[in-house]
Design a protein around this ligand. Structure first.
Ligand SMILES: [Zn+2]
Ligand SMILES: [Zn+2]
Length: 315
């Protein structure tokens, strides 16, 4: 069967052996998968990755222990927790120190014709959510995580920095919950998606000390600096960009202005699936291109070009 192999920055499609399904795991046939910034960072050498990437997927279950999953169209949570440590017992599986992560840390990813994932990680998709939309479940869940971490008083205006894929999803999630949103980005065509969701959009630098709530999703280490400049004293900044170089942080401003910095990563799938089912977020305009799995190398190349939004691989 076909599978993507990533090693030393080179993406290749190889003929690889069919995976063996461990007990409690489902064997899943890929329908569609999304290439995300994390995949591009793996290609750049982050985590010293070698193997099959891919963690945003929709697939059909072809083998499983649980009868209800057989033949079902599913999405899956990406963290494989040990289920026995203190963190897991406190329902913090996403922070299990022994976890592996689909397509990122020690568990082969979804960019292959068949792959495995624990059955407890899977969510059966409602019929009225299309496969292309459902590819966005994982990043949408990451966007929803903001609202699970802290209660933002209703009516509070929130600034979102960055008009990449995640920024566009975050704006829509916040709008779906009724918050007024100011979206700062660089591309009028991308900001149009936020405008349709009812956000006010701006190109260029935001004014200093202008917001109590800021979500930093620029994907660059400079974004945090901008967020610290534009937050008001006692304000809160959510850090959504996974930046691997050490941030050059204006610590004095954070301390003197008593700013709260909240790191934010993956989220639960349930709220994301509900938003997709209700059609409360628009994800299809975020797809820039679709490639067959066999052309994964071209797909990665396309995804790494500036201004590209989501690139999908189809199984
Ligand atoms: Zn991702
Ligand atoms: Zn654990």
């Amino acid at each position: 069967m076909l599978g993507v192999h990533l090693e030393n920055g080179i993406v290749e499609v190889r003929d690889i052996p069919r995976p063996v399904r461990p007990r409690g795991h489902a064997l899943i046939r890929l329908l569609a998968a999304g290439i995300c910034n994390t995949d591009l960072e793996l290609q750049r050498g982050y985590y010293g990755f070698c193997g099959t990437p891919g963690h945003e997927f929709v697939g059909d279950v072809v083998e499983a222990d649980e009868f209800r999953l057989l033949g079902a169209r599913v999405v899956g949570e990406i963290n494989l927790a040990c289920e026995v440590c203190d963190w897991c017992r406190r329902a913090m599986q996403r922070h299990c120190p022994h976890r592996t992560v689909l397509g990122i840390v020690k568990h082969p990813g979804a960019f292959q014709e068949l792959f495995t994932l624990p059955e407890r990680n899977l969510h059966i998709l409602p019929d009225d959510v299309s496969t292309q939309s459902a590819v966005f479940t994982e990043p949408l869940a990451a966007a929803c995580e903001i609202l699970e971490q802290i209660r933002i008083p209703c009516g509070s205006r929130i600034a979102v920095l960055g008009d990449g894929k995640l920024g566009l999803l975050i704006v829509q999630v916040l709008r779906a919950s009724g918050y007024p949103v100011s979206h700062y980005g660089k591309h009028a065509s991308k900001l149009a998606v936020s405008q349709r969701a009812g956000a006010t959009t701006h190109i260029g630098e935001p004014p200093a000390a202008s917001f109590d709530w800021i979500v930093e999703a620029t994907g660059s280490s400079a974004g945090l600096d901008a967020a610290i400049r534009m937050v008001r004293p006692r304000g809160t900044i959510f850090l959504k960009s996974t930046v691997h170089d050490r941030a050059n942080l204006d610590a004095a401003s954070v301390i003197v202005n008593e700013i709260s910095l909240i790191g934010s990563r993956c989220g639960r799938f349930e709220p994301a699936l509900e938003l997709l089912r209700l059609g409360a977020v628009e994800v299809l305009p975020l797809i820039s291109a679709t490639f067959p799995l066999a052309e994964a190398a071209r797909a990665f190349e396309h995804a790494s070009q500036r201004g590209t939004l989501k690139v999908l691989l189809e199984g």
